[in-house]
Design a protein around this ligand. Structure first.
Ligand SMILES: [Zn+2]
Length: 237
């Protein structure tokens, strides 16, 4: 029987229970008759630790299993070993918590830091739609490298030729049907040098880098015009 070999902890616990019960019963009934002298402390400690170096055919194991003295010593040692293991595990868990807390704290600081920078300085950007068609049904010409950063953007749009004055709804959307709105806002068109332009702040931080659409909708027209737009990761300093 593999009394002191390494087993699953469940088997160990079962064995331990059985051992304690047997030990108690034997001591109470005076049945225990250990053979040979009590082994030294080091051997008992090896048994308590279930040291692999101990041969199961060693007669001292037989003695220890039948001697009240040795059994008591082993059980006391095991309790101590378990307490030490618990302490070690607790220490490791505490160290992990400290590391995790540190990482969470750092990432929060980083995020806050970045948001602070971003809210202090929105990125200025101008999109020139002057030469794109505005006639309904006409596909807008492919824009020349219109890209915005994934950041709070102070956007100025030069509206297409023949655009009407008034209020515009400006939006950045996932698709050409107005779905997946990333950011939107109203802005009044102002004319300068015969060009209508709108300016507004759009927060594009929630947008991952990729293909989007910039749309303009005039308050009285209600037809939205979509222009392909690329959002790029904001280069961090
Ligand atoms: Zn003994």
């Amino acid at each position: 029987m593999n009394l002191f070999g390494r087993e699953s902890s469940r088997a160990e616990n079962r064995f331990e229970t059985w051992l304690k019960r047997m030990h108690r019963e034997r001591v109470l009934s005076g049945e225990t008759q250990p053979t040979g002298p009590c082994p030294d402390e080091a051997f008992l400690r090896g048994l308590a630790r279930r040291a692999k170096s101990i041969s199961l055919s060693d007669p001292r194991i037989d003695h220890a299993a039948n001697c009240a003295n040795c059994m008591n010593r082993i059980l006391a040692m095991r309790q101590k070993i378990r307490a030490e293991r618990r302490k070690l595990a607790f220490g490791l868990a505490a160290a992990c918590l400290v590391v995790i807390a540190g990482m969470v704290g750092w990432s929060r600081y980083e995020m806050h830091h970045r948001q602070t920078i971003a809210s202090v300085a929105p990125v200025s950007a101008t999109v020139d739609l002057w030469n794109t068609g505005t006639y309904r049904g006409e596909q807008p010409a492919q824009l020349q490298s219109v890209s915005l950063p994934s950041a709070p953007v102070r956007l100025t749009i030069m509206l297409p030729r023949f655009s009407s004055p008034g209020q515009y709804l400006i939006a950045v959307t996932r698709d050409q049907n107005g779905n997946g709105v990333i950011a939107e806002g109203f802005a009044s068109a102002t004319a300068s040098n015969g060009q209508e332009r709108v300016s507004l702040d759009l927060d594009l931080r929630s947008a991952k880098a990729g293909e989007y659409f910039l749309s303009t909708t005039h308050e009285q027209d209600q037809a939205a015009y979509y222009y392909p737009l690329q959002i790029k990761e904001l280069a961090r300093p």
